[in-house]
Ligand binder design. Structure first.
Ligand code: HEC
Length: 122
């Protein structure tokens, strides 16, 4: 009888431990996803290269003068806005604008450009 009780206690404890581990793992995943939405993991220098290649005809790309038409918001000004986030840039750059044909950029390239633009935040 005593033995059975001890076995049940071990089983009960194991279930609680596994359950708690699952809950913490789940919380951790949600936290990572929330972070991923705010931050970018792209390659800044590739993003800069893409922006110079595809965006500089209209937007000033770097902080130094010399690029862009001067008619369109420079990318560092876009970066400086408090409401510019990785998420907002990804959403914007996934849609066509400025005569760039749809699907010109892969999700990875969009991420690289978003990372580059965010790197210009003052
Ligand atoms: C043919 C011209 C042209 C090209 C090329 C172009 N854009 Fe634009 N872009 C515009 C115009 C026009 C607007 C809207 C007016 C403005 O923001 O000054 C705009 C708006 C934007 C905005 C939003 C700015 C805001 O005010 O919220 C972002 C971000 C942006 N472009 C990024 C890019 C990136 C990154 C590239 C390169 C992949 C690019 N653009 C290429 C013309 C262009």
């Amino acid at each position: 009888m005593r033995r059975l009780y001890a076995d049940r206690l071990v089983l009960f404890t194991a279930v609680i431990v596994v359950g708690l581990a699952a809950v913490f793992a789940w919380l951790r995943i949600n936290e990572d996803q929330a972070l991923a939405a705010q931050t970018t993991t792209g390659d800044v220098s590739n993003g800069q290269r893409l922006a110079e290649q595809h965006c500089a005809t209209c937007h000033r790309v770097g902080p130094a003068p010399g690029h862009g038409s001067g008619q369109v918001t420079p990318l560092f000004r876009v970066a400086a806005r408090p409401d510019t986030t990785a998420e907002s840039l990804r959403a914007f750059l996934s849609r066509p604008h400025g005569r760039i044909p749809p699907n010109t950029f892969s999700a990875e390239q969009v991420d690289d450009m978003a990372t580059y633009i965010l790197s210009l935040k003052p």
